[in-house]
Design a protein around this ligand. Structure first.
Ligand code: HEM
Length: 407
């Protein structure tokens, strides 16, 4: 494919200046301010302490180094930052450290083997077709029609709960996602949602205790860690994690791929003519617009982070968005070039917590793009609608209005 460099699609409206001492948000300008800030920080301040004392890291090598050292940089942000008062349930893989993390990850990875994920392809293709069948007319919102329901339904099916309940899941996922950790009321609502999810799953968990089944809930019900069965809360917390980690990320990936292709009509035409280019488009979308802008770790001891000495129990924000545009690793990093070598893109993290759902997300992204290109002879992001964006942690549009043409 030719080297088609295109700049990002960003809202040209100037954003309100970010509060000094705080990182800017993706809102209100689609990330223009955030990207400019991250680029400047990457060059001028390898590590930066914000006004809450949190440390931010921007360069690819520094992000990788932190993620490669789980003994010094713990994932247990909940436990450590609450002074041990709170404890992450055992299903919350993302918040666990070794050795428990490895034990839980081995357990759940049984549901994410390449063979099992590839085996989902026919069903995901059918589901995608059904969702697009419901679209009428020549304008629709990609997020409502496809990007949101697709990953939510896939997670429901993997767990083994009725896929018709996806609207319930969707509501919970939205609620979990809107949590602001600094607002006690919002944290209380998140805890309430976790209780609701546990109550919903209870019946399914009990049914599997009576009659084993091969779905993910069944696997977890039958599993033992250190000779002990998992508690219902542990199992429910894993389901909640999947909703949080696997839903909005995949949804935003589909939307971001459309945004990237929309900015380069020649490239879109090439991909339409040669569908084998789709995986490279997905990968470059993940690099340029990683769904999670950043992830967090907390120090276990006094250490040096990107040249800055920090004490124990310091929250460290690792900017995947900045690492993925580090010119030390990616040439012309702001250009969308699916033909570049981007195996080092960091959208799925790195090290022991590397995204377990990455093959599934790539599969869903590919199927979604293929289905859209099959069905519509023309696809454009509606230029008349101003896009609204997620907040700091998620890099993507809340809604993506498309104008389409059919054969
Ligand atoms: C484009 C889509 C996705 C992106 C960008 C993404 C991103 C990530 C990242 C960055 C991490 C590492 C977090 C850390 O180290 O703190 C992660 C972990 C994880 N992801 Fe994904 N994810 C995606 C899709 C999925 C899907 C579809 C699932 C499952 C249905 C999933 C399940 C998980 C789980 C369970 C973990 C925790 C793994 C561990 O701690 O060992 N993700 N994801």
């Amino acid at each position: 494919m030719a080297q088609q460099g295109t700049s990002d699609v960003l809202d040209p409206t100037p954003a309100a200046a970010p509060r000094p001492g705080r990182a800017p948000s993706v809102e209100p300008d689609g990330g223009a301010t955030l990207l400019a800030w991250a680029a400047r920080m990457r060059e001028e301040q390898r590590a930066w302490r914000d006004d809450s004392g949190h440390v931010h890291v921007f360069r690819h090598a520094d992000v990788q180094q932190v993620l490669s050292d789980p003994a010094t940089f713990s994932s247990d942000t909940v436990g450590r930052l609450s002074g041990g008062e709170k404890k992450a349930p055992r299903g919350t893989l993302l918040l666990l450290d070794p050795p428990l993390h490895g034990k839980m990850r081995r357990l759940v990875s049984k549901a994410f083997t390449p063979g099992l994920i590839a085996g989902l392809e026919p069903w995901i293709t059918e589901l995608t077709g059904e969702l697009l069948d419901a679209v009428t007319g020549d304008r629709f919102d990609l997020v409502d029609a496809l990007a949101n329901p697709l990953p939510v339904t896939v997670i429901a099916r993997m767990l083994g709960v009725p896929t018709q309940d996806r609207e319930l899941f969707q509501g919970w996922a939205d609620q979990l996602l809107s949590t602001d950790p600094e607002d006690p009321e919002s944290v209380r609502r998140m805890e309430e949602t976790a209780v609701t999810i546990t109550a919903y799953l209870q019946g399914f968990i009990e049914a599997r205790r009576e009659e084993p089944r091969a779905d993910l809930l069944g696997t977890l019900v039958g599993a033992e860690v250190d000779g002990e069965r998992l508690e219902d809360e542990d199992i429910a917390s894993f389901a909640t994690l999947l909703l949080l980690a696997g839903h909005i990320t995949t949804s935003v990936l589909v939307g971001n791929a459309l945004i990237c292709l929309d900015s380069d009509p020649d490239l879109l035409a090439k991909v339409r003519a040669d569908r084998s280019l789709i995986p490279a488009v997905i990968e470059e979308t993940l690099r340029l617009r990683p769904p999670f802008t950043r992830i967090e770790r907390v120090t276990t001891t006094t250490t040096t982070v990107a040249g800055l000495e920090v004490g124990p129990d310091t929250l460290v924000h690792l900017w995947l968005l900045a690492a993925n545009r580090d010119e030390r690793v990616f040439e012309a990093p702001d250009a969308f070039r699916p033909d570049r070598a981007n195996a080092r893109q960091a959208a799925f993290g790195h090290g022991i917590h590397y995204c377990i759902g990455a093959p599934l997300a790539r599969l869903e992204g590919r199927i979604a793009l293929e289905a859209l290109l099959d069905r519509f002879t023309g696809i454009r992001v509606d230029p008349t609608v101003r896009l609204s964006w997620h907040g700091t942690n998620v890099f993507g549009a809340r809604h993506l209005p498309l104008c389409v043409e059919r054969a």
